[in-house]
Design a protein around this ligand. Structure first.
Ligand SMILES: [Zn+2]
Length: 89
């Protein structure tokens, strides 16, 4: 069933946190790529691993919420720049 409603605020909060951590993790991968020395790499790897763990838990929290609450923003709505259309069960 599809209907037009305002997005679930908790879904929005969790999704924004998840996407933000994806971007942070991508930046960490670039930093790893550009490590100038082994020491630099090891230090950056430690920070990247912490971000990866945060990203993993944010992803699980987001997916669990969507599954339990039945709220999910459609890709079409995201592409259109709005989040008014939400698929519900
Ligand atoms: Zn929700």
């Amino acid at each position: 069933m599809r209907r037009t409603v305002f997005a679930c605020s908790e879904e929005v909060r969790l999704r924004e946190r998840y996407y933000s951590l994806i971007l942070t993790y991508r930046e960490m991968v670039t930093l790893l790529d550009n490590a100038s020395s082994y020491g630099d790499f090891v230090e950056t790897y430690g920070r990247a691993e912490k971000v990866r763990l945060l990203f993993d838990s944010a992803r699980a929290e987001f997916l669990n919420h969507v599954q339990e609450h039945g709220c999910e923003v459609t890709l079409e709505a995201i592409r259109a720049g709005g989040i008014a259309e939400v698929r519900t069960r």
